[in-house]
Design a protein around this ligand. Sequence first.
Ligand SMILES: C[S@@+](CC[C@H](N)C(=O)[O-])C[C@H]1O[C@@H](n2cnc3c(N)ncnc32)[C@H](O)[C@@H]1O
Length: 301
Amino acid sequence: MTTENLEGVSSTSILLARTRAEITKHPELGRVFKDPLSVKMTDPLPEEDLECDKETRYLFQCEVLFRTLLIDEWLELHLKSGAYQQVVFLASGLETRSFRLQCLEGVKVFEVDQPPVVDFVSKALRGETPKARRISVKADLTEADWHEKLIKEGFSPDQRTLWLLEGLLMYVNLEDTKNLIFTVWDNSTHDSRVIAQFLADGELKEDDERLKMIKGELEKKEAFLQLMGLTSEDYKSLFQEQGFECEGIISTKNIPLREPLLKEKSKILEEFRKLEESKRTLATTKFFVGCVKKGPTSEFA
Ligand SMILES: C[S@@+](CC[C@H](N)C(=O)[O-])C[C@H]1O[C@@H](n2cnc3c(N)ncnc32)[C@H](O)[C@@H]1O
């Protein structure tokens, strides 16, 4: 397997999958989260040296761990009622939820990403059986017709949808972000929900070490963060202006943790928060928005 077609922002999908593989192999983190398919996809790839100290790397692993758990739990919570039969992962990268999560069994899952990423995953996971009814969609999410490609593959705008935007908005400029949110809204029926991760760089200190590490690593890959000086309130407004109701803004400060392994997860989260403070990196580096469209309020956030 090679990564030669994964250039620029596409290559960031490898960074994330490698991190999930590292978590899986980590003696403590691997007790609360395991993703063997990330290991399978990244182990055969050439090694990559990350220029950061062990603590900063651990911080990133913890961040990916908690964002993954958060989204898994959000999906589980909403899928257990049976009210959602359609899920869309925008910028799905090398994400393995369709294979990993029992709650997705039988659910239509659309995984949208750029063609080289979709091709890479198809090759790397050939022979594996997903739990979900997984449908890959090749599209550029900054182009106006991505939702048409989604519909062509069987997505129904008339059905309730769970939308996931993870690791995407930090690579998209303001205009494209607004267009994306509009398109998600426009293709959502009553009670559809969205969870979106964003980087509120307007709230970060200039010398934030973790941001420096991530920025440096990305620039080496010619993937560039869109640092627009936005705060979490700004992101909240972008969704609300479109009509989404905000259920909550979640950061590592208020991240909800559910069973199983609550004690183990809480211990890691505690250490993570301490390390964030000692590294002078804000606990608000990454946010999630859980928004609902004109439906009953959930108790997630
Ligand atoms: C950091 S990775 C995150 C992948 C996955 N969501 C995860 O958390 O592992 C960023 C992903 O965004 C995708 N991406 C960025 N801009 C995109 C665009 N305009 N259209 C489609 N995908 C895009 C990249 O190809 C890449 O797979």
